[in-house]
Design a protein around this ligand. Sequence first.
Ligand code: MN
Length: 291
Amino acid sequence: MNTVKKVVRIYEKGSSHWVGDGFPVRNLIPSSGLEGEIDPFLMLDYAGPAQFEASERPHGVGEHPHRGFETVTIAYQGSVEHRDSSGNEGTIHPGDVQWMTAGSGVVHEEMHERAFAKTGGVFEMIQLWVNLPRSHKLTAPRYQTIKGADIPKVAIGDQAYARIIAGELNGKTGPAQTFTPVYLIDVGIESGEASLKIPAGYNTAIFLLKGRVRINDTLVDGEAKMALLDKTVETISLVGEAESRLLVMAGKPIAEPVASYGPFVMNSKQELIQAVDDYQAGRMGHLSKRA
Ligand code: MN
């Protein structure tokens, strides 16, 4: 009988593209082919690491809408400024996470922080889209700015740590509030063995930003690789063969129909038509002019 999770398959990036002029991304969900197997996660873009020259005008992506899911932004290098049609705004720095519930709809912009743009530097972040269940697709928009200092960090090996953004590990609970059970864990391994537990039955994947790690007995090596794990057992066994940075994501499957069109993810085509109509009629609001 297996006691540790096996790697089912390793996925490579599908498309590479720019989001606005600020985010040169490698897309791992869904363009790699990884899609329903990782329900409730809908999309993963890995931006950078990329060098930006100093600029008076911050790079980024201007006004655009979302409805029906959550966007989770994890800053690794460089800082991101965000503001939206409901008047919310915030900045996240390396180590911080922004967990935005688009719910019934927001219009927002995501830009490099002005101070970062002025000096330039290396920019690196991940944006993950987490689906909402039918019962909460039209919930009120919500923002959680999660500071790095508020993310519990636990040892998962002699030379390995886990920062718990969402979920529970070694008796510590991550600060992110979620609508369905979700685990999101930032893992760093210098070398050697590490292990962590995810509830059996959850869809689970590990994104390797960079490094060389053995997951159970499968070697995952290089940059921007996604390993889909089996969901029948709890324990993930890792062996770092080089310094590695990983993002572990897991969730209880929502298992509802998914209908998506650009920035809208609903359960039916009819609801997508309604979303486009609501956005075009201004019912998701607009941004005020930039200060
Ligand atoms: Mn957005």
